[in-house]
Design a protein around this ligand. Sequence first.
Ligand code: GLC
Length: 554
Amino acid sequence: MDGIVGMRRVASHCSLVDVDDLDLARLLDKPKLSIERQRSFDERSLSELTVNIRAVDVFESMYSPGGMRSGFNSPASSVRNSFEPHPMVAEAWEALRRSLVYFRSQPLGTIAAVDHASEEVLNYDQVFLRDFVPSALAFLMNGEPEIVKNFLLKTLLLQGWEKRIDRFKLGEGVMPASFKVLHDPLRKVDTVIADFGESAIGRVAPVDSGFWWIILLRAYTKSTGDLSLAETPECQKGMRLILSLCLSEGFDTFPTLLCADGCSMIDRRMGIYGYPIEIQALFFMALRCALAMLKHDAEGKEFIERIVKRLHALSFHMRNYFWLDFQQLNVIYRYKTEEYSHTAVNKFNVIPDSIPDWVFDFMPTRGGYFIGNVSPARMDFRWFALGNCVAILSSLATPEQSVAIMDLIEARWEELVGEMPLKIAYPAIEGHEWRIVTGCDPKNTRWSYHNGGSWPVLLWMLTAACIKTGRPQIARRAIELAETRLLKDGWPEYYDGKLGRYVGKQARKFQTWSIAGYLVAKMMLEDPSHLGMVSLEEDKAMKPLMKRSSSWTC
Ligand code: GLC
C-alpha cells in the first residue's frame, strides 16, 4: 500500500481530484464525427506506406454498421437459433454485472474478483487493465460499448499522471496495471488511484497494459464502427506515448522487446525475463492495431514508418527463431556451438545440452509452437498459451504455423487442456529449478497458479484462435469441459494439478475474467463474426523467407 500512498502524494500536487475532474465528461462530450468513411482502418495495410514493400491484398472490410458481420456467410440470427443458451450464461451475466465499478455514476470497469469469502482482498478489488479486456469484449458483443469507451478514456487520463517509484520517474507512456475508484460519501466525490507497478508485488511495471489498451481501442472501433474515439487527439497521443516506449532505439540487437520478469499476466517471478512470448505477441498485435488507427498527420506519420519497419523485423525474428516443431527441434539438437561470423547456423549459441528432456517427448510429429523465450545461449522451451493464441489472432503466426499450433493443442490435449482449459504454461518447473527460477515462490509451486496452473480466462483466446483457424470443434470441446465445473466451483481464478482438476490453492472465487472469458467464448462461437474484433488478417507483405518444417507443408 505504500506505493499507492506515494502515488497519491506525487499526483496530488497536480491535484488528484482535478485530474479526475478534467475527465471523462469533457472527452465524452466531443461531437462524434460521422462514422461513414470510405476507408476502414484495416484497409490501410503495410503496402500503402512509404516503406518499399510489395502490394498486399486488402483486408476484409473493417466494419459493417451494427457490428461487424462480414466474412461469415451465416446471418447471426440463424446461427443463434441453432443454440440453446446454456443456463450458465445468465448466471455469468449476473456475476459480471455485479463486478461493475462506477465513477460518478458511470460504469467504468470491472473489478478483478468479487470474492466476499476471501479473507485477503489484496488488490483484487481493483480494475486491472488486462482483466478488463474480456469484460469489455463481452459488453461490446452485447451491444453495450459505453463502459468500454469510459474505460479507454479514463485510463488515458491515468496515463497522463507523473509516475514515480521512489526517486525514479517512469516513462510517460506507461499505462497502469490497475486502478481503484474511491467513493467519499461525505464529500460526495469519486476519485481514482492507480498502480503503475509502484505497489505491485515485485514493483514491476505492466508492459502488457498499454498493448491491451491499443488492442481494445481497435476492438471498440471495429465493433461500433465509431472511428471518432480513436481519432481524438487524446487517443492518438496515448497511442504514440505507448509506442515511444517500445520503439525507441537503444542497445538492442533484436526487434523483440526486452522485459523484466513479472511484467505481464504472469506478474511474479517465473523466469520469463528477457523476450517473453506473451509480450512479443501482444507487442506485434498492438503495433498492427496502432498502424490501422494512427492518423497520417505529421506526428502519426513518423510512428507509422517506425511501426512498419519494426513489424517486418519482428515477424521475421519471431517466425524464424521462436518457432519450434519436430524438424526445428532436430536442427537445434544437432547444433554446433561457438560459431563465429555471419555464416553461423546457431546464431544465439544455444548449447544443445540445454534442451530439456521433456521437449523430445512433448513434440508431436505434426504441430509446433512459439517457444517461451529466445536470447543469447538461452531458449525457454516452455509452452505459453496466451502468447501462442495471440500469435494466431494477430497473424504473427503464418497460416501454416497457426494450423500447427492447433495441431499441437489437439495432439497434447491432456497436457495443455486436461480437465480444465487452459494451462497457462507447460510444463511446471519443480525442485531445484523451481527454487532458482521462482526464488522459492510458495504461490508458484508446481502445477499451480502461473507455474502450470489452468486459467479459465484463456478459454476466450483459445476459442478465438479455434474459430480463426477453422477448428471450432476444439473450442466446443474445451467449453464443454469448463461448463462441467466453472459455475459449480464459483468461477475460480485458476485450477491446480497436472490435469487442472483442483480449484487453485489460493484461487479467488468469482474471478471476473473467468466469468467474462466464458461469456466471450460462448458468444464468439455462437456468432463467429465477433472474431473480427480481436483478430487481424494475415498481411502478405510480411511473408517470411522460410523454407523448412514438416508441419508447415503437410
Ligand atoms: C494476478 C494475476 C494477474 C491478474 C491479477 C488480477 O495477479 O497474475 O494476471 O491481472 O491477478 O486478477
